[in-house]
Design a protein around this ligand. Sequence first.
Ligand SMILES: CSCCC(=O)C(=O)COP(=O)(O)O
Ligand SMILES: [Mg+2]
Length: 249
Amino acid sequence: MPTYNTVILDIEGTTTPITFVKDVLFPYVTSGLVKFLTENWGSPGLDQQIELLRQQAEQDIEAGIKQAVLIPHETSSNADQVRAAVQQCIEWQMQEDRKIGALKSFQGYMWKEGYESGELRGQVYDDVVPAFDRWKQQGCKIYIYSSGSVPAQKLLFGNSVNGDLLPYFSGHFDTSIGSKIESSSYIAISKAIEANPSDILFVSDNVKEIIAAEEAGFQVVLSDRPDITPLTEQDRLNRRVVTSFSQIP
Ligand SMILES: CSCCC(=O)C(=O)COP(=O)(O)O
Ligand SMILES: [Mg+2]
């Protein structure tokens, strides 16, 4: 029997192929960006996203990040300049694969249209749903903790190739609770879900996340999926490493 009663899962490289994120989701944003901005310009939803990007850019400049693109406020005469700045701001952050809340929120906002039209369907590895069923039968609660925004997580699992997987989850967390490489974030999650850290199993492909969760007292499993950053001998040392959820006891 497992020694945990709660499972918290990363998405990219853990439940979901990196290739789906890099070759499908990200190109959906980069290739459709200009059209999307033009068609939605002036809508309250897009304005809200732009404000988040603007505030992040101001913080980035203050932090000395030179590539950051400031987004001016719109007046009657400079809409084209503002739109060009928004486009440039998103493009450089996507090139860097920044795991930053404002960008992640914007991506999710754009993906909504793609999932609703059926152009996008979330992918999970074949071993994921059987593991969900097993954990539920054992009375385990399942949560998601991803850099992807909570709305983006819900779109991916709610519109997956395996159907609507959202009923499996007891909740979702993104980086609004804290960075995935800080142990304080894992402590905050354990408090939010009222679970003992030692009763929680966290699964991720990212060693820095695994170390942070270990420091918080979680049990951990390192996910070794195709296309993840290759794991070193040091990463594997004294850790359970799996290539499939079927190997998680
Ligand atoms: C659910 S959003 C799509 C994946 C994504 O954009 C992402 O950043 C996933 O990061 P993770 O922390 O799940 O590795
Ligand atoms: Mg990951």
